[in-house]
Design a protein around this ligand. Structure first.
Ligand code: ZN
Length: 432
């Protein structure tokens, strides 16, 4: 990796060019917009270096987020001349990156890393002969503790804004490694990076899917029908969610009708749901068994689904915000896989929060209450999805409970609690 390293004989040549051509710098008008030409990797020893090749010098901001470990790099609105998302093979630290545009126009790049690593150094280098303007980030593997300690730090321009003016070359070659503003605003480093990006309160769209319906009654036992329990719970959920003013709720069905599984997923994708929750009630031969459980899509089922989707949607345009029509089959597969994995991470995070909130509200749970399976309704690649088995109607006591308004209010409050916790976490993680 040659970025940032100056080659001996070349230096003299470059210096001469700079000396004799300096009026060019003085008179050059600032270029129109930032452009990311390439993202390169390299390193030596313990250091992994990320280099952004750019068309001009720029302001930047970088910080760490965990669960999973990631590095976030924000730039002013930038045009991409290279892959917007990419899997990185053969790098000991970096797994992949993906980029997107924030609401205020900022360009955000997120690097997924294989293990905790901290930012050792981050700086810009002005263009130099054949080398372009660069943003260089040196990473060093660290302990989880060191990573956590650096999470509260913001490198670069903390106040970076989407419409921020792009810096003109300073001549020194190096921009701020960590500017004073950061230290001034985060005394003691106790603030979380999330606080700097506080946005307007977002209204999240929650898709609630009452299982079964119409000619498909679902499980039937102890005089109870699954399709009625799921619809009652879904309506109670909608009431409680809407009452908060923080959520918009879409039900996949609001009456006793049959809806295909595929159509339930389609609804969730059409309304651009932030979360999909499918409600069910279970039945088993052993009457003693009771308790709720939460399902997310299994890895294996997801792989099959990814392959199918990749095939089906290769020419169909956007999936999970990725324009697949512009990519080759290989790249489309990789991007879809990345999107799917990201949603699975989010689904798993939500399932964990849900399991905790159900316990807090004393909803009885099955042992190992978070499970995975290949449920068709969990297969939207763009919407984090979980399926809740609220309990077993094959257990007469639980059948009675599931049909009661009091239980339905309580489990709905628990689910709302889990959803609140999930979005707080997501906001803290500064998701795209
Ligand atoms: Zn069911």
């Amino acid at each position: 990796m040659g970025a940032g390293r100056v080659r001996g004989g070349y230096l003299f040549f470059v210096l001469s060019v700079l000396l004799f051509c300096s009026p060019v710098f003085a008179s050059a008008a600032p270029p129109a917009g930032l452009q990311v030409d390439e993202i390169r990797y390299g390193g030596g020893g313990r250091t992994t270096r990320i280099v952004f090749d750019l068309n001009q010098q720029t302001d930047f901001r970088a910080f760490l987020i965990d669960a999973p470990y990631r590095i976030v790099v924000d730039l002013p609105k930038a045009e991409w001349k290279t892959f917007k998302s990419r899997l990185i093979s053969n790098n000991p630290v970096i797994k992949s990156y993906r980029s997107g545009e924030l609401d205020d126009g900022l360009t955000r790049v997120i690097f997924d890393i294989k293990k905790p690593a901290v930012i050792n150094n981050i700086f810009t280098i002005a263009k130099n002969g054949m080398d372009k303007d660069r943003l260089v980030i040196d990473l060093e593997p660290s302990s989880p503790n060191t990573f956590n300690a650096q999470k509260s730090r913001v490198f670069g321009n903390r106040q970076l804004h989407g419409s921020a003016a792009v810096k003109t070359p300073s001549g020194s070659g190096y921009a701020a490694i960590e500017n004073d503003l950061v230290k001034a605003v985060i005394p003691g480093g106790t603030s979380k990076p999330s606080s700097i990006l506080h946005k307007e309160q977002k209204i999240y769209t929650i898709v609630i899917d009452p299982g079964h319906g119409g000619e498909d009654p679902g499980a039937e036992a102890s005089g109870a029908k699954e399709k009625f329990i799921t619809l009652s719970v879904a309506r109670e959920l909608r009431r409680q969610f809407e009452e908060t003013g923080r959520y918009k709720v879409v039900l996949t069905r609001d009456k006793d009708v049959y809806i295909k599984l595929h159509d339930r997923v389609a609804i969730s994708r059409d309304v651009k749901g932030d979360l999909f929750i499918s409600i069910h009630a279970d039945k088993i031969d052993r009457k003693g068994v009771r308790g709720a459980s939460i399902y997310t899509l299994s890895e294996k089922a997801s792989d099959t689904e990814t392959a199918r989707l990749a095939e089906e949607e290769n020419n169909a345009g956007f999936v999970a915000g990725v324009d697949l029509s512009q990519e080759t089959q290989d790249v489309a597969d990789i991007l879809l896989d990345l999107a799917m994995r990201e949603k699975m991470n989010e689904s798993n995070l939500f399932a964990r929060m849900l399991s905790q909130s159900l316990q807090r509200k004393n909803v009885q749970l099955l042992p190992n209450s978070h499970r995975s399976a290949g449920f068709a309704v969990l297969k939207a690649p763009d919407v984090p999805s979980v399926l809740i088995e609220t309990g077993f109607i094959s257990n007469p006591d639980e059948a009675k409970l599931l049909s009661s308004g009091q239980f339905q209010r309580n489990i709905s409050a628990a689910i709302l609690d889990g959803v609140d916790g999930y979005f707080r976490k997501i906001q803290a993680l500064q998701k795209l």
